[in-house]
Design a protein around this ligand. Structure first.
Ligand SMILES: Cc1cc2nc3c(=O)[nH]c(=O)nc-3n(C[C@H](O)[C@H](O)[C@H](O)COP(=O)(O)OP(=O)(O)OC[C@H]3O[C@@H](n4cnc5c(N)ncnc54)[C@H](O)[C@@H]3O)c2cc1C
Length: 510
């Protein structure tokens, strides 16, 4: 089934317990600030219904029904490239696949680990995941993925926490029909607009932590769930918001992260996809991260396109676009954007088959490299854009001043740039830069989709050290590279060429 935007919006009026800026919000679709987020999330239902995008966003499931294409597991590079195209299209538009990214990646992680457990332990989780997938497809539900726990003392394992035992979501009771879970997840994106969440562990577990080894799906209006949204980066909506905060308001990148409290929530067994199999917690975390980095890299690509673009615009509007140090900086911004994009694409081309499953995931090394490259250079890129723009990136007046007849003429006259460029264009570009580079993005860029240590860990563990060492050994004349598939089969340089050359002319003194 493909729902209309209207059907989707209707579904959010479901009695969920949602708090925002200290107040309980009864209808997330009508709150003046929260509705920006919902508007952006609604694009997930706009695209499949638009004939122009139908073929990209809609696919047939095994029963031959038309469903959102992201509900179909990727089985090839082409499927991943299609996902990439969907993510790029939505994020470039402004409404960014919010309801079919974390949740879908959690669904794929649940599937591959359920299949692995079924094969190795004789459990029967895969059927449950498949039935849940059908339920999502048939009802066209928006879904988020809740992995990050609140964690408490980071140096202690879940069961060793001292203040209380609920810093990581855990099973507190096993009943005939299901389980009772308690704890809280933090930073969970797209929650206000999602219908459902898949909840997963965020770390590996030992045997003593087996109550924390749990994966399940739940509607967000389930009894005992409380959603507390983070502070919005913007406080305005409407015309003023679109002018002062063009990204966070008009593009709806605003308040979509929530703390989700599970206050003894009942989850029926058919929605439980792992329960106590602590050795597999790590697999879920890794599988989710591997799937999810592709989405992250696409989002980042579109943000970098915008950042490079706005830096180029302000350079042009300020009349400095031909200055050599500005050109160098713009070239660096473009290289940075393209490098993240192309490594992300390469991760689809060199996808990896998941063990015990027919699903492929993006290449772990390439997606982690792309995400790391992005996050590690982001502050430098922001600094570069601020440098190009000048201090007005911070001190620019607001829409209220622009629309006040007393102040507008002074702004028109004195805040212009190069002749021929309307002052309004310059101010709009600078507001975009200010909004795009506010701390929300800087923090989100480092920690969204996993903090820097996580990508280093993936790349360190999975990098082809044998190949790198063979390269070095061969060059250094240390044996041990000869059997390497890449370096062992190369021509035996310099011998292979020296033998064809004339002997050295001994008359030269060196
Ligand atoms: C905008 C945004 C959106 C997000 N969306 C989602 C989402 O939709 N779903 C979701 O599940 N999560 C989401 N996250 C969470 C994100 O994945 C985490 O923020 C990230 O994994 C870091 O975890 P943390 O914030 O708990 O920081 P911490 O884990 O506290 O890390 C802070 C620092 O401490 C270090 N550290 C922590 N523990 C240890 C240790 N034991 N030993 C050594 N070093 C340690 C870390 O490496 C890091 O440098 C989002 C985050 C942001 C900012």
């Amino acid at each position: 089934m493909i729902r209309s935007v209207e059907q989707y919006l209707e579904s959010l009026n479901d009695g969920r317990v949602f708090y925002f800026l200290g107040e309980r919000v009864r209808d997330v679709t009508t709150h003046p600030l929260v509705r920006n987020v919902i508007r952006s999330a609604s694009m997930d239902y706009f695209f499949p219904n638009d004939p122009k995008y139908h073929d990209l966003f809609v696919a047939k499931n095994e029963e031959g029904e038309a469903v959102n294409a992201l509900f179909i597991s990727p089985k090839s590079s082409e499927d991943l490239l299609k996902r990439r195209e969907i993510f790029l299209t939505t994020w470039r538009t402004g409404g960014g696949t919010q309801l079919h990214c974390m949740g879908i990646d959690a669904l794929e992680a649940s599937k591959v680990v359920a299949e692995r457990m079924d094969r190795r332990l004789g459990t029967q989780y895969a059927e449950r995941v498949a039935a849940y997938r059908r339920y999502l497809q048939q009802n066209d539900l928006g879904i988020t993925g809740a992995m990050t726990d609140v964690k408490g003392d980071r140096s202690l394992r879940p069961s060793k926490q001292e203040a209380h035992q609920d810093y990581y979501v855990r099973v507190v009771d096993r009943q005939k029909n299901g389980i009772i879970v308690r704890g809280a997840k933090m930073h969970i994106s797209s929650t206000p607009g999602a219908n459902e969440a898949i909840v997963m562990p965020c770390r590996a577990h030992g045997e003593e932590d087996q109550d924390y080894a749990v994966v399940f799906a739940t509607p967000l209006n389930a009894e005992g769930i409380k959603l507390i949204a983070s502070e919005p980066p913007m406080r305005e909506s409407g015309e003023a918001g679109a002018w002062d905060y063009p990204v966070t308001t008009a593009y709806g990148h605003g308040t979509s992260e929530c703390m989700i409290v599970f206050d003894d929530v009942f989850v029926p067994w058919e929605r439980v996809f792992l329960c106590g199999e602590w050795k597999f917690s790590r697999d879920v975390t890794y599988a989710f991260a591997t799937f999810h980095r592709l989405f992250g890299v696409c989002r980042m690509t579109t943000e970098l396109e915008m950042l490079a673009g706005v830096a180029a615009l302000v350079a042009e509007y300020n009349g400095v676009e031909k200055v050599s140090h500005i050109r160098d900086k713009l070239a660096w911004l473009a290289m940075y954007a393209e490098a993240v994009s192309v490594i992300g694409k390469t991760s689809c081309l060199y996808c990896e088959k998941q063990p015990d499953s027919d699903v492929v995931s993006p290449n772990t090394i390439y997606t982690n490299t792309a995400k790391y490259l992005f996050a590690d250079n982001y502050h430098q890129a922001v600094k570069t854009a601020h440098d190009i723009c000048g201090g007005i990136a911070d001190t620019i007046p607001t829409y209220a001043d622009w629309t006040n007849p007393e102040t507008r003429p002074w702004m028109e006259k004195y805040l212009g740039g190069k002749a021929g460029i309307p002052t309004e264009h310059r101010l709009r570009a600078i507001r975009l830069l200010k909004d795009l580079t506010n701390p929300h993005f800087q923090i989100g860029s480092i920690h969204g989709e996993g903090s820097l240590a996580a990508q280093r860990m993936f790349v360190y563990a999975g990098a082809d050290w044998g190949k790198y060492k063979a390269a070095a050994k061969r060059a250094a004349g240390i044996s041990g590279w000869e059997k390497d598939p890449v370096f062992g089969s190369l021509p035996d340089y310099p011998k292979c060429i020296s033998s064809k050359m004339k002997p050295v002319d001994e008359s030269y003194s060196l």
